[in-house]
Design a protein around this ligand. Structure first.
Ligand code: ATP
Length: 513
């Protein structure tokens, strides 16, 4: 099935099964803003827990905070967001559609990369066992032609970005004949810079002095609290501060469902280190974070690192973890070595010393920072995209199943009485009342067992139990596994252990230790 179709199905599935609703839907929605529904909020909370525990619980030297969304406006001048948090935008004069100029060029490069991969696949098919991929990539004329083209475009693009040369960015789009996907024409406006921060007024007097911003990232709330945490927690370098919270960006082109939203959530951790040791920690966090992703057990081929060609003003190294979404490899998480930029800027703008006294070297200095920053909503979309499967069963039927890792699944157990008679519902309730103290359970008695299984498959419930006549006689139930669809008879008293072994977040945390 075409990837576009899969993506459409995932979006439709998210709504139909109570994961995500368009915000303000009865008023025709609000662009790029979404609400998490009854199953979505559970999945989201579980992802948060997996991230939070892996940071704060597993690391003695990482603590969490929850800072306010509103902050002193000077913070955003110090961080560079007032002056430089811009995206280059361009409009197509025929369709009147607006695009991010950099994304148009990146997508063009992405298409060339796809062509190379297609060529390699053709090679594998043609040469079978004897296929030497390395040699093929180094010698095949089509691969080489596309590779040279990518390098050329990349080089021109990076130097235009570095020089902040908006005319050159436009020239690249024109020279490459990149057309508007809507109108199909190359009739473009100039490229302009657009600041992504939302502003609002604090208090009742509407003058400029009261303009404050909705934070575009959670990181600054960590930086401005760095000394408070260090002192009150008696933290010694290296140490980290983690935070999960909302961020807001007035994205020019909000597309691809919850991939790019205007209100979203970030899970960020700033790790403070000795100057000079940042590269070691940067490498270490890249490895740790990839391990965290891979522990979920999704197709390992679908992850890759992308090293930044153009570094942000604050960074001396940066990489993204990219995942293969149905619309291609895209960033889910950034790992950035931010030097002492942020703390030094806040020191200068606030006039307060933000230094660390190192008892080992007897010196005062501003620590360096390595950050890991992941979008919670993107992680949610990653999980749905990787978990969504349409499977053909032996009887020819198609079942739609979300193979969500059990520890993240919204509902862990469905309790199903075979019929509404003979005291089965009472027995089912009794089991559920015990287990719901530990696990998120759902009770369902409507429709045939088969249809109830399908509904649970569609929301990713790892286990269903059926209470039947035999249960009333010997206290056993049928336990049905979502992935294998196998059913086995087990004693009610064993249920807790079986479930706990599979759905406890511990199962994931052990993998990242
Ligand atoms: P992009 O290049 O996709 O705009 P970015 O490089 O600006 O992302 P960062 O500022 O590094 O992103 O933010 C860290 C993480 O926050 C990203 O990896 C992404 O997962 C998430 N994120 C950023 N912007 C959005 C958004 N508009 N909607 C949802 N998640 C976002």
């Amino acid at each position: 099935m075409a990837q576009d179709d899969i993506f459409k199905k995932i979006i439709a599935h998210s709504k139909e099964y109570g994961f995500i609703f368009q915000s303000s839907e009865i008023y025709d929605g609000l662009g790029a803003v979404y609400d998490y529904a009854q199953n979505g909020v559970e999945l989201k909370n579980n992802i948060k827990k997996y991230w939070w525990d892996s940071m704060v619980k597993l690391n003695e030297n990482i603590v969490g905070i929850d800072s306010a969304i509103f902050m002193h406006p000077e913070i955003w001048k110090a961080s560079g967001h007032v002056g430089a948090f811009n995206d280059p935008l361009i409009d197509n004069k025929d369709s009147k559609k607006r695009y991010r100029a950099d994304v148009l060029i990146e997508d063009y490069i992405g298409k060339l990369e796809e062509k190379i991969e297609k060529e390699v696949k053709k090679g594998i098919k043609k040469f079978g066992e004897s296929f030497d991929e390395e040699q093929f990539r180094a010698t095949n004329p089509n691969v080489l032609r596309n590779k040279t083209k990518i390098d050329e475009v990349q080089k021109r693009f990076v130097s235009a970005l570095e020089a902040n040369d908006l005319d050159e960015i436009r020239n690249i789009i024109i020279d490459l004949k990149i057309n508007c996907p809507m109108s199909g024409t190359c009739n473009w406006t100039e490229v302009r810079q657009f600041n992504l921060m939302f502003d609002t007024k604090l208090g009742s007097v509407a003058d400029d002095a009261n303009t404050i911003y909705l934070r575009p990232e959670t990181a600054q709330g960590i930086f401005v609290n760095y000394l408070n945490v260090q002192k009150t927690g008696r933290m010694k370098l290296p140490f980290g501060i983690a935070q999960i919270g909302k961020a807001f960006r007035n994205e020019i082109v909000a597309r691809q469902f919850i991939f790019r939203m205007r209100e979203f959530e970030q899970m960020e951790m700033q790790f403070f280190v000795r100057p000079g040791e940042e590269m070691e920690w940067y490498e270490k966090w890249m490895e740790t974070r990839l391990k965290w992703h891979k522990a979920l057990g999704f197709d390992q081929e679908n992850y890759r690192f992308h090293k930044h060609d153009k570094l942000a003003h604050y960074a001396n190294a940066a990489s993204d973890i990219e995942f293969k979404f149905p619309f291609g490899f895209k960033e889910v998480e950034g790992i950035h070595s931010r030097t002492d930029f942020d703390l030094s800027q806040h020191q200068e703008h606030s006039g307060k010393k933000l230094q660390y006294f190192d008892p080992e070297t007897n010196k005062n200095y501003v620590p360096y920072v390595v950050e890991t920053s992941i979008g919670l909503d993107r992680m949610f979309l990653l999980t749905l995209s990787a978990a969504y499967k349409e499977e053909k069963l032996d009887n020819g039927e198609i079942r739609v199943v979300l193979r969500i890792p059990p520890a993240l699944a919204p509902v862990k157990l469905a309790v199903l009485p075979l019929t509404k008679k003979d005291g089965m519902p009472d027995k089912a309730r009794e089991i559920m009342n015990e287990l719901k103290l530990d696990f998120n359970c759902q009770y369902e008695e409507k429709d045939s067992i088969g249809r109830r299984y399908r509904r649970q498959d569609a929301i990713g419930t790892p286990y269903c139990i059926t209470v039947d006549h035999q249960t009333l006689e010997d206290n056993t139930v049928t336990l049905r596994d979502r992935d294998t669809m196998a059913q086995e008879r087990i004693a009610i008293e064993d249920l807790y252990d079986i479930l706990n072994n599979k759905v406890n977040i511990k199962t994931l945390l052990k993998e990242v230790l």
